[in-house]
Structures are given as C-alpha cells and as structure tokens.
Write a new protein. Structure first.
Length: 122
C-alpha cells in the first residue's frame, strides 16, 4: 500500500542518512543508464541493483524490482510487450523517494563522475 503524499501529516524531519555508492554497471536501454549498489551507512543496508535513469535533463534512481511471473511460470508482459516488474522495495512518500534519489545521484556522480556521459554506454 502506498501513502504517496496522501492526507497524512508530514512526519518530523528525519536525520539525514549517509548514502554511498558501492558499484555501478552501465547498461543503456531507453531511460535506463545502468545498475547501482547503494549503501545506507547508518543502518548497514546495501541496496543491490537499483536502476539509474536519465531522460532529457531528469535523472533518478529506482529501487530494485523483480519480473512478474504468471501462474504457468512465464514472464508477464505489459501492453507494449515489455516485461512487467514489481518493486522489491519502495518509499511510501513521494518526498522521501525524491530526496533519496537526489542524494543517491549526487553520491553516484561523486564516485563515477562520467556515468551520464554517452561514452559510459560501452
């Protein structure tokens, strides 16, 4: 269930957590730039295979997702014949999701400054 900025009051400001990038693997396809492993230091959490995206001037991180499997064991496809995915982790508030994405992009650019250059596609 997603709250996503519903009628709930905003929580008190949280302590900012340290976001580090543990690795990046380039894979260009549509808006996808590649896959990144993210560490949130204070809670000893590693997020593997988050996706890095860019479209025009927008850049963002999406949490890992898994392919949807039908009851007969085949991969489910959407109306555009692309594989349908289900999120593995998600933020329930848009503001938090966007803040995390911004911090992860900053950390990614610090560790891999040329990640969004076209030459990184190779």
């Amino acid at each position: 269930m997603s709250i996503d900025d519903g009628g709930d009051p905003a929580p008190p400001p949280a302590k900012k957590l340290t976001v580090q990038i543990d690795g990046f693997r380039a894979h260009r396809s549509g808006s996808l730039v590649g896959f990144v492993d993210i560490i949130i230091v204070e809670i000893s959490m590693r997020i593997r295979d988050a996706t890095v995206h860019q479209k025009n001037k927008s850049r963002w991180i999406s949490m890992p997702a898994k392919a949807q499997i039908t009851s007969d064991g085949t991969v489910r496809r959407n109306d555009q014949k692309r594989i349908a995915y289900t999120p593995v982790l998600e933020f329930t508030r848009r503001r938090i999701r966007e803040a995390f994405s911004e911090r992860a992009i900053e950390a990614l650019l610090t560790r891999f400054p040329h990640v969004f250059d076209d030459s990184e596609a190779a």
